[in-house]
Design a protein around this ligand. Structure first.
Ligand SMILES: [Zn+2]
Length: 121
């Protein structure tokens, strides 16, 4: 799959269309991809999202209410995915650090002659 690089400027132009669900699949993909990896664009989207939410809540039509729910659900799902990935990365780092720490201690003890290994080093 070809990845089209999108600039922050292009993303800024797409934000309102994203909020209105008017992006096509390809635009949506590059938009989400960019927003996920670009904190400043994400912040921009968040601001627009809150503003659009506030203005749509003032509208009585149930279609608008449905849109808010769908958009919010979509937004929440993306956030959940992001958090999940971040958590996995965190635990993986912690796990690796712990392994290195344990190995370091074991090797030091071995080197000091305190801990003889059953296998040769
Ligand atoms: Zn950006």
């Amino acid at each position: 799959m070809e990845e089209t690089p999108v600039t922050c400027q292009e993303i800024t132009k797409m934000v309102s269309r994203y909020i209105d669900n008017q992006l096509n699949d390809k635009e949506m993909e590059s938009f989400i991809q960019h927003v996920r990896s670009c904190p400043s664009c994400y912040e921009e989207l968040e601001t627009y999202f809150i503003i659009s939410l506030a203005t749509r809540v003032l509208d009585d039509s149930s279609a608008a209410n449905y849109n808010i729910k769908a958009l919010l659900e979509q937004n929440l799902k993306e956030n959940e995915k992001r958090l999940r990935h971040r958590k996995i990365r965190f635990w993986l780092c912690l796990f690796l650090i712990l392994i290195f720490l344990v190995l370091d201690v074991l090797l030091t003890l071995h080197w000091l002659g305190i801990l003889p290994f059953p296998f040769a080093f």
